[in-house]
Ligand binder design. Structure first.
Ligand code: ZN
Length: 476
């Protein structure tokens, strides 16, 4: 049960993130349209940031941005979407032209407009990265953490983002007062990293200071592992099992969605009460694992690997394939739960007996769900997700539905194909990203199996108490 409860917490965190990533992409696209773009393509504006520690006692960090290129007379800066935590609060925002002359800054709601008269400019502000109360639900979403010996920065906690179109490659220099290079999912050279695009800023995770860092390569993808502090397990024990899970999942697709993945293992600062002991989040190519220091050596195979298997699968199902609406969250989460279990079973972290027991538990909880007769699996994500039973309807139902679709595909193809082939098809046929709706899923199912799943799917996910699940429960 512990396993399930923790997993639920991880999933609840994940759901708003998927929407968040989508929001960033949509809002950048929208902003791009609402401001006149410069005519000269070869001088597309570019952007660089510098992050430096101003006062380590107050955890006060200064952010300086430089904006160059063919600019409009006014450039708006906007807040990044704040996830489900406390948002960024920029202190003392100022802007200057390149000769050091101050520029007017006007605030309108969540926008600060720089009156730069078409000139290049710099802007700077300060951010406090101290979290007074790690127990409060609202701060859980704040991922940044500064300690004397090390620092972790999450883009959305620090960056005000100019809402204009930029050329590729945002340089970021990080100087938090720690020795040694910084690490990120992006290319790093000493204390500098190159973030591929402005859309990637908010989800960029950077660590610096006292982390032990390991690297390996799987199917041409680099895996970087950064771990801090003392644990009951050795660094290599955890990293080798992460590598097994991750290489199994990359093996399903033949390649990863990123050139490099960063795994960060650190202490979970949220403890006790209704808090959770272990917690994982996935941003772009990074996975942050926050574990309880007291974790026993054998326990790394349990929750931490479930988090890794689940979050890593979201690289494909969740990031490369995104839900067109909340109505598809059952597939994003359900198929991800399903395949994270499969990965753990395939590499013998879970025995098939353990898998069967968990599956029965989930099916039983689905049957006992008070919304069984009134809410369909696909509509659960449109309802109140602060209600635990509704969350269970989404995840348990999504998981069971994914399993049934996988079985059906296997049955139709004489065991040669499965749902993974459909997910791979969706990824491969949409190299620029797939916005998934039910029609697109059915189309992919036809391509892979030659069969029309529309009616089957409607009965399974769009109808409360679907027979395919309810009747199979009776026989088990
Ligand atoms: Zn998830």
């Amino acid at each position: 049960m512990e396993f399930i409860r923790i997993w639920k917490d991880v999933m609840v965190m994940r759901h708003p993130m998927a929407k968040y990533a989508l929001f960033v992409i949509l809002s950048i696209g929208y902003m791009g349209c609402s401001y006149t773009l410069p005519a000269l393509v070869d001088s597309e504006p570019f952007l660089s940031y510098r992050l430096e520690m101003v006062d380590s006692n107050l955890n006060l960090v200064r952010v300086t941005g430089k904006v160059f290129g063919a600019l409009d007379s006014k450039v708006p800066l906007r807040l990044p979407e704040k996830g489900n935590g406390r948002g960024l609060d920029p202190l003392g925002l100022k802007a200057f032209d390149m000769d050091g002359r101050p520029l007017d800054v006007k605030r309108e709601g969540d926008f600060w407009t720089i009156e730069n008269s078409g000139r290049d400019f710099t802007f700077s502000y300060e951010v406090v990265l101290t979290i007074e109360d790690r127990y409060a639900a609202e701060v859980r979403g704040m991922i940044s953490l500064l300690e004397e010996d090390r620092g972790r920065i999450m883009g959305r906690d620090v960056f005000l983002i100019p809402a204009i179109r930029f050329g590729d490659g945002v340089t970021l220099d990080v100087s938090l007062g720690h020795e040694g290079p910084v690490h990120s999912t992006w290319e790093c050279i000493d204390s500098r990293l190159i973030v591929p695009g402005v859309v990637d800023l908010a989800t960029t995770l950077v660590v610096s200071g006292d982390y032990r860092v390991y690297e390996t390569e799987v199917y041409g993808t680099r895996l970087t592992f950064a771990i801090a502090g003392k644990w009951s397990f050795s660094d290599d024990e955890l990293f080798s099992v992460i590598r097994d899970v991750v290489s199994h999942e990359i093996g399903w697709f033949g390649s990863s969605t990123h050139k490099k993945h960063l795994f960060v293992c650190d202490t979970n600062p949220v403890k006790g009460g209704k808090g959770f002991d272990h917690y994982g989040v996935h941003f772009s190519g990074s996975i942050l694992l926050l574990l309880d220091r007291r974790i026993d050596r054998s326990q790394i195979y349990d929750t931490p690997m479930s988090i890794v298997a689940h979050e890593f699968f979201h690289n494909w199902n969740g990031e490369a394939i995104r839900p067109a609406s909340d109505g598809m969250m059952w597939f994003i989460e359900g198929a991800t739960v399903y395949y994270s279990y499969r990965a753990l079973t395939d590499i013998n972290i879970l025995t098939s007996l353990q898998y069967d027991m968990r599956m029965k538990l989930i099916r039983q909880r689905f049957m006992d769900n008070p919304y069984l007769e009134s809410v369909s699996i696909s509509s659960a994500a449109n309802r109140d997700l602060s209600d635990k039973d509704m969350v269970n309807m989404l995840y348990d139902g999504g998981f069971l539905a994914a399993g049934i679709i996988d079985e059906k595909i296997a049955e139709l193809s004489g065991g040669r194909k499965g749902l993974i082939d459909v997910i791979r098809y969706l990824r491969d046929s949409n190299p620029d990203g797939c916005l998934l709706d039910e029609d697109k899923l059915c189309e992919a199912l036809i391509q892979v199996t030659g069969h029309d799943f529309k009616a089957f799917m409607g009965e399974l996910v769009d109808t409360p108490a679907p027979l395919a699940i309810v009747s199979s429960e009776v026989s088990s």
